[in-house]
Design a protein around this ligand. Structure first.
Ligand SMILES: [Zn+2]
Ligand SMILES: [Zn+2]
Length: 304
């Protein structure tokens, strides 16, 4: 399972329909958040993501991307959560956590583990890596790629049977890429019965950023790219001044990276109720594009 739920899709200020930035990503047993704007915990209740968050990945430390973690951790503490919680983010995260999150009077019931990350390191999780990459937002900032491990190739039982391999330990050995020797001395090689390994899925989330080469690199062949799309063509200058992207710029990044799909998020309030212009402008550059809304849920399937 790889399921995304958009918890907040508005830039800078909340509106009736859109909360501040946060994305829930449930992959198998682990739940991750990317950013945690004010009000995120209520959105998690509304959209039933569960509270069993294993890690929160921050893209940068503008208030509208992290303030929600203060209240959320208090709630987890009141619920008596025992498991540690990992907080990952760029330089400065530790200071924010010490001042605002861990510094209260109440002691939390669980350990908060803070890790300040540098672009290019890989954080090992269950069956996948979380990989921060450099973005351009005027302050220390990173985007996040979730890169799943490859999956073993398809095992052809009928081929194995035809070659005289008996079901059991030999099947497992072949699946793990080891040749086996049959009772009559014949050797069966894995490539005779198992297809080549299949790539895992790749999800890339930029957070706030100008379009930049590091995102293109990170999103190379991604199953889904979620990109800052604060503005439309008319606010191109403003996008440059504020270190954000237009929908068209986001779409060009997706095209250059060869991503399969693009979702635009972090909308300026002027597009809050009418995001159609953003969609139309992006579509001129890249076909497989949608605009996020709060509560939007996506199951990311395996390709091929
Ligand atoms: Zn923002
Ligand atoms: Zn920002």
């Amino acid at each position: 399972m790889l399921r995304l739920t958009f918890l907040g899709t508005s830039a800078a200020q909340p509106t009736i329909g859109r909360n501040l930035s946060s994305l829930a990503v449930r992959r198998e047993r682990e739940l991750f958040l990317v950013d945690c704007g004010e009000g995120t915990q209520r959105q998690m209740i509304r959209y039933a993501t569960g509270f069993d968050v294993a890690a929160i990945c921050f893209t940068h430390l503008h208030l509208d991307h992290w303030l929600g973690v203060v209240g959320f951790l208090r709630t987890l503490g009141m619920q008596g959560r025992p498991e540690p919680l990992d907080l990952y983010g760029p330089r400065g995260l530790r200071r924010v956590v010490e001042r605002h999150v861990a510094g209260g009077n109440e002691r939390l019931s669980f350990e908060v583990r803070v890790r300040e990350v540098e672009p290019g390191e890989r954080i090992r999780r269950d069956g996948c890596d979380l990989v921060p990459f450099a973005t351009q937002h005027g302050i220390p900032s990173v985007g996040w790629a979730l890169v799943e491990d490859g999956r073993p190739g398809r095992f052809h039982v009928e081929r194995a049977a035809a070659l005289g391999v008996e079901e059991g330990p030999m099947f497992g050995a072949l699946q793990r890429g080891k040749a086996v020797t049959l009772a009559d001395g014949r050797v069966v090689r894995p490539e005779e019965v198992v297809d080549a390994p299949r790539a895992g899925r790749k999800l890339v989330v930029t957070g706030d950023t100008r379009p930049c080469p590091a995102t293109v690199e990170a999103a190379r062949g991604a199953d889904l790219l979620i990109h800052d799309s604060t503005f439309g063509d008319a606010e191109g200058e403003r996008a440059i001044e504020t270190d954000h992207s237009t929908a068209r710029e986001a779409a060009r990044v997706a095209r250059e990276a060869g991503a399969a799909r693009l979702i635009l998020t972090h909308l300026s309030t002027r597009y809050d109720r009418e995001p159609e212009p953003l969609l139309a402008q992006a579509r001129e550059e890249f076909g497989e594009v949608a605009v996020a809304h709060d509560g939007m849920t996506i199951e990311l399937p395996f390709r091929g």
